[in-house]
Design a protein around this ligand. Structure first.
Ligand code: SAM
Length: 241
């Protein structure tokens, strides 16, 4: 029987999506990689999906990247795309809550990982496991659903629609990427305060929200509606061990 933490959407559809829409191919990587110089660094990418951020990390000078994902289909796709990166990028299947690292990584990347936590306990355990992979002083770069956004909205122009079903801890947040992904992507609401508390309990010494910025070369006319709101659908977080 599948683990209840396994995401329900199709791995092949997900790969197709992250390699097509600008929110994924440009906005996301810019708002992850602008926070860290990866040259010579050891990276762990938790919730790596098809491994694109591992490959980009190495292309940006990282010495090594390890991708971890709970869904075997994601690991299979990531492995099939890895021929140019043998020895530099490796993948392993596992749910982050169950893993314990060896404190040797400089940077942890968590892109759309923490928003899968259904409650505070799970969020805290995800953060605690992340800390176990990092060296003292190591950094976690997070790209995530934005818990300050309590409205959601129709972002069809950018490839998706976001619907909040409530603002209690654990209430589902529905991301609809149809027609690219033919099932909903479900995240779970946990307040900003719960995020800050989870990082602290897990052993991070620093925590900072990092609002999303537009990327160099972005078309301001195309992105006007996206950025013209109080809180954007996604947000960054930096954590320092
Ligand atoms: C929306 S995808 C993002 C993939 C990739 N990080 C990206 O930005 O393209 C979220 C990924 O997190 C993985 N995931 C969700 N919960 C997880 C957990 N508890 N442990 C490990 N991986 C998890 C899913 O299987 C999925 O591949």
């Amino acid at each position: 029987m599948a683990d209840a933490r396994e995401v329900g959407y199709d791995a092949q559809e997900h790969t197709g999506l992250v390699n097509t829409i600008l929110a994924e191919t440009k906005l996301k990587p810019y708002n992850i990689f602008r926070h860290a110089d990866l040259r010579g660094k050891k990276i762990v990418d938790i919730g790596c999906g098809d491994g694109e951020l591992c490959r980009t990390s190495v292309a940006r000078g990282a010495q090594y990247a390890m991708g971890i994902d709970g869904k075997q289909d994601m690991i299979d796709i990531a492995s099939s795309l890895n021929s140019q990166y043998e020895g530099k990028v490796e993948f392993r299947q596992g749910f982050i809550e169950d893993l314990s690292g060896d404190e040797t990584f400089d940077v942890a990347i968590l892109s759309y990982l923490l928003n899968n936590a259904k409650d505070f306990k799970q969020l805290t355990q995800q953060c605690r496991s992340t800390v176990s992979f990092l060296k003292p002083g190591g950094m976690a770069v997070i790209f995530n659903n934005n818990p300050f956004d309590v409205l959601g909205g129709d972002f069809t122009k950018y490839g998706f629609r976001k619907t909040l079903t409530g603002l209690r801890d654990g209430d589902p947040i529905i991301y609809d990427y149809r027609p690219a992904i033919n099932s909903d992507i479900i995240n779970y609401y946990l307040s900003p305060e719960k995020h800050e508390a989870a990082f602290q309990i897990a052993g991070f010494s620093e925590f900072a929200w990092k609002p999303i910025q537009s990327y160099p070369g972005a078309d301001p006319v195309f992105w006007h509606d996206y950025f013209n709101r109080g809180n954007l659908p996604v947000i960054g977080i930096l954590g320092r061990k």
